[in-house]
Design a protein. Sequence first.
Length: 400
Amino acid sequence: MAAYACNGVRVDAAHFYAVACDPGRSVVVEACAGAGKTWMLVSRMLRALLEAVDPVTGRFAVAPQEILAITFTRRAAGEMRARLQQWLQSYSGAPEELLRQELRVRGIGDDLGPQALSDKARLLSNLYRLLLEDGRQVQIRTFHSWFATLLRTAPLSLLEQLGLPADHELLEDDAPARVLLWPRFYQALMADDEASRGLRSDFETAVAQHGRSQTLKALASALDKRIEFELAHAAGAVARSVARAAQQFPAFAPFARPSAAYWDDADCQESLWSAARAMGQGTPGVVAKAVELEQALQSQDVVRLQRVLMTQEGLPRKFSDRLAGIEQIRQAQDWVQRVLSAERQHEAWLHQQRMMRLSVRLFQEYAALKRERGWVDMNDLEHAARVLLGDPVLSGWVQQ
């Protein structure tokens, strides 16, 4: 059985629809698929049209095109447009009792007297004719369609600020632009200047560590979310999103990278040498490990040092509990585990910084490509709408 609530309080269906369909209220309706949200939205449009008619002149005091409904897809917009048209046609010349009922289910009637309700029913019957005479309909748009309209009202100074062409073509599908973008991006990396050489090194390192496919996939994902990325980057959030190793592991802050602690931290050095001495008292196999550990310490071979004390999975190797000095070995392994964790954090930070720099350059090349071709894409529309509506002066310009 259907249950209705308004502001957290259980109400009956009549009260719920009276509130939900009233265009004079700001409402949020939450319901499952098929519950009738579209019906309520179109009902709000219908009531807005009724209230737009001057009761004295019988003409629109507020133009129908000044009523705006926005949805996500063209299909949804088309369905709402068709439903409103169908309702208005069916109400034209319909019996008064039917019209009264249609008004009641949309929350009109309980507070009206019989005569006022009859007048409202006649107005509903005449709405279709009035709309035809006016010649313009309620605006039922997609977000991007409305944003495109806003962009056409933007002052030239704002377009210049946003890096958008004054005479533009909407790029609804950016796949063709992406095809042109990647060669341009590679060419930018190959330029003979310091900035490009640094970016080229970033790209080559990322490919070496993670593969070309994963690197390009990450850059393509950043391009998909470029507006969110650029806003976060401008606020410094991207640069801070992965912590430096020194922040996560303050004990390693004095070192250029955490693995330098093996050689430059006195406590770590003493722990590792103590472990080597303890291992030298074990079985022949363990003694061989002790020799390898001493050689790694003398040659400052990080990989070899970690291989002696840890498994390939980064877990401590098992040594017999009966081995004299086992606690020294475990203490050394604890040091290595902490260094490995800090190293992973350091590598994650380095990689994130590389991908941030590469993404920024990719966006710059994409913006330059669009300017050259006179293109704006969906992300540009969203960004421009946010700026236009978020600025008190510009939003006044739009309304005017």
